[in-house]
Design a protein around this ligand. Structure first.
Ligand SMILES: O=P(O)(O)OC[C@H]1O[C@@H](O)[C@H](O)[C@@H](O)[C@@H]1O
Length: 245
């Protein structure tokens, strides 16, 4: 890996630097399984809903890597369920897109506080290597919990910039699969997209990297599948960031 050919490295967080994609997945599964299992299909608005069991495939196809409420909306659309959007301040009991997203977030933060998080050893090895090379590093995450996860993992001080779900909302720029959050991070690092590397485990994130014209888009296969990531636009796929040291 010729790192000296590049001027910045843009990391997704959940599933790339930390094993928190699994925590997100479990929290989504808990919330959607309970919601779909309890859906009253005798109510006319839910009459056509597909209430079959929620699976990991649902996560990878509709939720993975996207901003919170977009993941809810896309999964519900795939199941033929229409709910009002509501607002981010909705309580977790609210039967709205935002209410369901907030319900899932309660489950996520409870696990993070209880179990903490450590970076993947191979990812830490690559962060150390890139620090030695002096390359500016960024985190680009759809998650509004990104800063809390980085602090809990002890790697918050490694990055020139963190563009997360809160940043995107404040700047009113679209999240992944649109490229805007990656482009913003590259600018913060002082690098043109063609001189920046994107590392992503989610199809939505790889699509964002491909759409932004980045110099190298590395898919990190943590379950999405090598071929799926290549088809989404990854130039190459690894299973461990230590392979890039
Ligand atoms: O709900 P949050 O923490 O803002 O996160 C939004 C998304 O963030 C992404 O990083 C995760 O891959 C998704 O699983 C998650 O749904």
């Amino acid at each position: 890996m010729a790192w000296n050919d590049y001027e910045a490295v843009l990391f997704d967080l959940d599933g790339v630097l930390t094993p928190t994609a699994e925590v997100h997945m479990a929290a989504w599964a808990e919330m959607f399984s309970t919601f779909l299992g309890g859906l009253d299909t005798s109510r006319p608005e839910f009459a056509d809903a597909d209430t079959s069991a929620y699976t990991d495939e649902d996560y990878y196809a509709h939720v993975d890597g996207k901003p919170r409420y977009e993941g809810v909306a896309d999964l519900l659309a795939a199941r033929g369920v229409e709910l009002p959007q509501g607002s981010p301040s909705d309580p977790p009991e609210a039967e709205t897109v935002c209410g369901l997203g907030n319900r899932k977030n309660d489950a996520f933060t409870a696990v993070l506080e209880r179990d903490g998080v450590r970076p993947f050893p191979g990812s830490l090895a690559l962060l150390d290597h890139l620090r030695d090379l002096g390359l500016p590093l960024a985190v680009v995450s759809s998650s509004a919990n990104a800063r809390a996860v980085l602090r809990a993992a002890g790697i918050a001080d490694r990055f020139v910039t963190v563009v997360d779900g809160r940043t995107a909302a404040a700047l009113e720029i679209p999240g992944k699969p649109e490229p805007d959050t990656f482009l913003h991070a590259a600018r913060d690092c002082g690098a043109a997209p063609a001189a920046a590397v994107v590392l992503e485990d989610a199809v939505s994130g790889v699509r964002a990297g491909a759409a932004g014209g980045f110099g190298l888009v590395v898919g990190v296969d943590r379950g999405a599948g090598e071929q799926t990531l290549l088809t989404a636009g990854a130039h190459r796929v690894v299973t461990d960031l230590a392979d890039l040291v």
